[in-house]
Design a protein around this ligand. Sequence first.
Ligand code: GDP
Ligand code: MN
Length: 379
Amino acid sequence: MKLHEYQSKLIFAKFGVPIPRGKVAASASEAREIANELGGRVVVKSQVLVGGRGKAGGIKVANSSDEAEEYAAQILCMEIKGLPVRKVLIDEAANIVSEIYLGITNDRAARKPVMMVSAAGGVDIEEVARETPEKIVRVHIDPLLGLRDYQARDIAAEIDLPRDLWHAFGQIANGLWKAYQNSDANLAEINPLVITADNQLLAVDGKMVLDDNALFRHPDLAEKRDLDVEAEAEIEARKYGLSFIKLDGDIGCMVNGAGLAMTTMDIIKLFGGEPANFLDIGGGASAEKVTAAFRIILADPNIKAVLINIFGGITRGDVVARGILSAMEEIKPEVPMVVRLVGTNAEEGRQLLADANMITADTLADAAQKAVAAAKGGK
Ligand code: GDP
Ligand code: MN
């Protein structure tokens, strides 16, 4: 789950990271009031859950509250990378001398969090990472020991940070680590961490991605989820405990088990098709869950065929088939449905489905080929 910039920065601030004074506005007149309170010179910042807002025109420095109102009005009408802007953050503008990148994420290969820092921070950090990766310093953090003071000093030296800022940098690096660890985050990032004209360090931007699997430990963070900007299908799927990710293809997939779901997507591609989604209905799925899964898959207007791939272990094939049939009675899909059902009582299950005019398949390869053909020749 991604947090907005203003949410991330408030969490960072709780752990001692200095952030600009500022407030969120949902209208241009509110933006004006906040700019007034802050003394006029402010940055108007779109709050959308994508990066690169600056380059997209979603970040503007205003020199007066009049200008703040005008920019807020413009930005609140914008769509950035397909996401509508519903809120803007009005921050006191910083006088920026230089921009540092500071981030923490998990390094799976090292099985440790890693802190990444670069003196070449700012909106072009992706390019820096691609073209001059040696400009990014990486330091692994032992999760039991936490970030050590000497590590922060090493980093400060490595990026040639002026000596008089080392102490402040150490506190910020440590604060970011604490924010990351305490929130069970997958990413905590300050880009840019700026050096201001009066020689202070300030976190001008903030980004956090939380681990969905740990959200149950953080009800206060879980409720920050921005439902406005999430795909409707994904919200619906979460309600039924389904793992669903929308993709761009035209073959809907309904599968039990995440590994099998990925295999199904791969094999569709192998035979020249494109999956429309990833969907894991989980083990022992109820008829209610199966119905919800169908509804979610078929709500996508791109769907030309559906591939149902169920490996019945504990769940019996005939029970699964009845579940599918009762779901279809409710949903009445108009696209061809291909089913591959294996496991206990699979034969009975297949018979039930064949009787209901569904296309059955014996193997996964057979099923994928039939689904690809159905999508190409189907409605
Ligand atoms: P992003 O493009 O989504 O990463 O948004 P950022 O919040 O990082 O803003 C993009 C860029 O706008 C920063 O790298 C800065 O160069 C600039 N910027 C952001 N806040 C301020 C500010 O307070 N004053 C000035 N002068 N520039 C700012
Ligand atoms: Mn940024």
